[in-house]
Ligand binder design. Structure first.
Ligand SMILES: [Ca+2]
Length: 124
């Protein structure tokens, strides 16, 4: 976790050490992220969930930047609400322990993960 970036910059930063913006696949992982952000006194942070257009189905879907399956979601109540129709990125709101869709250029602290299971979260 480091710095304040928009989504593109955040993912580029995570890529510099072979990682990606974090993906979350269970309540346990979500709880871990919440506790981690609380320990850093961080109110919110970008996670790796992005909205993409599925041309064939003519609809949008949420996908993780690391390519893993979207098998768990933890949207806060009334989210994703796609305010002004431009909310294609996702932030973790620490106080609520859930997610909010935000504009793609929204700058936040980045939470990265690496592919090494034993050292999944890169901390700075
Ligand atoms: Ca929203």
């Amino acid at each position: 976790m480091r710095g304040v970036y928009n989504r593109t910059q955040a993912q580029e930063y995570c890529n510099t050490f072979g990682g990606s913006l974090v993906s979350i696949h269970s309540q346990a992982e979500n709880d871990f992220i919440k506790a981690f952000l609380e320990s850093k006194i961080a109110g919110h942070a970008l996670i790796g969930l992005i909205k993409v257009q599925d041309e064939s189905a003519n609809q949008t879907e949420w996908k993780w930047l690391d390519g893993t399956k979207t098998d768990y979601t933890k949207w806060n109540p009334t989210e994703p609400n796609n305010v002004h129709n431009i909310e294609d990125s996702t932030e973790f709101l620490t106080s609520m322990g859930g997610w909010n869709d935000v504009p793609i250029d929204m700058s936040r602290i980045a939470i990265c993960q690496t592919s090494c299971n034993a050292e999944r979260f890169h901390v700075e």
